[in-house]
Design a protein around this ligand. Structure first.
Ligand SMILES: Cc1cc2nc3c(=O)[nH]c(=O)nc-3n(C[C@H](O)[C@H](O)[C@H](O)COP(=O)(O)OP(=O)(O)OC[C@H]3O[C@@H](n4cnc5c(N)ncnc54)[C@H](O)[C@@H]3O)c2cc1C
Length: 375
């Protein structure tokens, strides 16, 4: 039974099919009373592209909310949802891997911090630290198998009657005037009730939004085949802010990284960076090298090179001031009032805040729709 059969349903158009657009679209659809269409240039399953950040993430759940109450709420709600989805024997268990996360810092860590709210949290003892670090912590969390999770969100949305149109929106006024119908000749143009902008880095260029606070933070990673890796860790901080991490997935693939290139628009992996990543990871842990080698001697970069499945990089959609989660009412040409919700700028924490952001986007949408209908 497709939801578009009901003429009383409100029409909502979501721009973007990354993890943020997909979770927002699903959340609105599952609330009931909405017919949701996604308009997007990139879709799950597409060849990887630096501009489609969602295909590059690790993705571990390491909140960087610190003491920010809004970010804490988004990240913790997402963790609780993912923890439930990853329960042993749940249908969705295979999308995730539950495991301990260890964070090493080259500085003394500051407290309080949102990470202290995670299950099993404890500070590392001095003897557990690795060379070059001054503090550290560990807790229990969940890693997401990104390609599978995106497919799951996408197909769940479609199977529940959602519609997807592959297109590039040039200006938000196109959606305001004709809704999804402006992008599909088989549909009747119709002014929507709501538009949710989840365009990631595209928010910088999308006409009518053009948010110049949005910028790329380029992240280069290696996908290696190393099913023996069971520890998820990062090392960060210090003056150079170099960030090194290992993120194992349930499939046996492991993402190692990383880099944080602010305003770095180069869309291809740099070979010298890949080598540097392996060298840095081996300084923190030798677990990425095959056990047969580790047992006999100190592993080298050359021992890890044959394990590489893919080198790549993606542009984290960063934003000065953090995530934009706001709403406004705009008048379409016809005079109809349309609620526009903005949900973009998730930088390096889009997976770990996706479900919380989706809930807030839905709240913002409904708050304004209720007010409009009460007039
Ligand atoms: C190397 C790397 C590692 C990362 N690791 C982690 C991690 O471990 N944990 C974590 O939580 N996060 C991680 N992230 C961050 C995470 O990937 C992003 O925060 C998240 O993917 C952002 O999702 P998004 O949907 O906002 O953007 P995107 O995935 O970029 O999607 C944007 C969507 O909008 C569409 N779009 C844009 N403009 C238009 C337009 N004009 N018309 C139509 N469609 C448009 C695009 O086609 C696309 O569908 C990592 C990112 C990188 C690059």
């Amino acid at each position: 039974m497709a939801s578009n059969a009901n003429p009383d349903f409100k029409e909502v158009v979501v721009i973007g099919a990354g993890v943020i657009g997909l979770t927002a679209a699903l959340k609105i659809q599952e609330k009931g009373g909405y017919h949701v269409t996604i308009l997007a240039h990139h879709l799950p399953g597409d060849p990887k592209d630096a501009y489609y950040a969602s295909c590059w993430a690790g993705a571990h759940h390491v909140t960087v909310a610190g003491t920010d109450p809004r970010q804490k709420r988004l990240d913790l709600e997402t963790f609780e949802t993912m923890w439930k989805l990853s329960e042993p024997d749940a249908d969705t268990e295979g999308l995730f891997m539950r495991l301990p996360q260890t964070e090493y810092y080259r500085h003394k860590r500051s407290s309080p911090d949102a990470l202290e709210l995670m299950p099993g949290f404890r500070d590392l003892e001095p003897e557990e630290l690795v060379p070059g670090t001054q503090s550290g912590l560990t807790y229990n969390t969940v890693n997401t198998d990104v390609p599978k999770f995106l497919d799951w969100l996408y197909f769940r949305f479609l199977f529940k009657g959602g519609q997807v149109i592959r297109t590039t929106v040039q200006h938000i006024s196109q959606v305001l005037e004709g809704g999804a119908g402006a992008f599909d000749r088989m549909k009747r143009p119709r002014v929507p009730d709501g538009i949710v902008v989840c365009a990631g880095l595209g928010a910088r260029f999308l006409g009518g939004v053009e948010d110049k606070d949005v910028y790329p933070m380029r992240g280069q990673v290696l996908l290696i085949r190393a099913p023996w890796v069971k520890n998820c860790l990062s090392m960060s901080g210090g003056p150079g802010r170099v960030w090194t991490y290992v993120i194992p997935r349930r499939s046996g693939d492991v993402i190692i990284g990383g880099t944080m290139g602010v305003d770095d628009w180069y869309p291809l992996p740099r070979p010298e960076t890949s080598r540097d990543i392996i060298e840095r990871v081996l300084e923190v842990t030798q677990e990425i090298a095959p056990p047969g080698i580790r047992d006999k001697r100190k592993p080298t970069v050359e021992d890890v090179m044959p394990l590489i499945l893919e080198e790549g990089c993606g542009f984290r959609p960063s934003r000065k001031g953090g995530i934009r989660l706001e709403s406004e009412v705009t008048e379409a040409k016809s005079g109809k009032k349309v609620v526009v919700v903005y949900n973009y700028g998730h930088s390096g924490y889009g997976y770990l805040s996706c479900f919380g952001s989706a809930s807030m986007a839905l709240e913002l949408l409904e708050e304004k729709l209720v007010r409009l209908n009460n007039k």
